[in-house]
Design a protein around this ligand. Sequence first.
Ligand SMILES: Nc1ncnc2c1ncn2[C@@H]1O[C@H](COP(=O)(O)OP(=O)(O)OP(=O)(O)O)[C@@H](O)[C@H]1O
Length: 298
Amino acid sequence: MILQTHELTKKYGEFYALNGVSITVKKGDIYGLVGRNGAGKTTFFKCIMGLAAPTDGAIEINGETANLNAARRQMGFMITPSFFPYLNAKENLEYLCRVKGVKEKGKVEWLLKIVGLMGVKKPFKVFSLGMKQRLGIAGALLASPPVVVLDEPINGLDPQGIIDMRTVIKEAHTQTGATFLISSHILAELDLVATRFGFIEQGVLLKEISHKELHERTKKSLLVEVDNTSKAQTILQSSGVEIAAVSGRQLTLDAHFDKSDELARALVNGGVKLYDLHRQETTLEEYFMRLIGGGRHA
Ligand SMILES: Nc1ncnc2c1ncn2[C@@H]1O[C@H](COP(=O)(O)OP(=O)(O)OP(=O)(O)O)[C@@H](O)[C@H]1O
């Protein structure tokens, strides 16, 4: 585990901005922290970065819990990108290299290429938000940190900006091999880049889930409700259909959406009473809303 928190809690007065958050980020993850506005994402990142002192709980970076400041120096952060307004992308990164003591030759150019700002001559102050965010990512990557934290890098971007940002994150992940921790309030956007997710609401971590598992839970399926599931199973299996799950009187099939007529006929002809047969699909946003509404059990 490259980054872990144990029951991390942050109170502002009597208000719990974070309430017992235990997160596990594995090496190589693009970990998406998903939560609505005010859920506690920025507070979480601030605690990780040492910009806010936790009220309770522990932070573990690469196995280190005591000397966190040294471990934090190994991390790249982007909360709100701030650079010199009159310098261009290259000049700003070169300045940062001096500040951070980065001496690798060609590092600035390599990063500018990754974030799509190579050859951009205009000063930072006239950058679009997307360009600012991308330069922010380059800044976060400058000292080759094993862990990179990006707070809402997609927020406020136009559709093209969102696509560019996605490409940059994927490219940066592939090229640097760093672990990424990214927050967003839009699950569908994070879904296109993240490998694992943590869902946070009102300062509470509701669930951690892998990309694969999330898609297991949101994919299309065919729901069949019958009087006799074992009989139905035999009939369906002899029609070459694999059954994904059986629960009570319901069978769930992961495919064969186009064969629903045929399957219904086979079941009825086989003497099974068919109560219901319909396609179901949970969208990512539905899943997210259900999770938020229903607590930890979605
Ligand atoms: N310094 C502070 N003093 C008091 N309350 C705070 C402070 N910082 C944050 N909060 C509160 O803590 C809660 C979590 O805020 P936080 O900024 O972490 O949320 P977020 O998930 O990052 O949301 P957003 O996407 O809107 O930034 C909010 O209710 C916010 O008002």
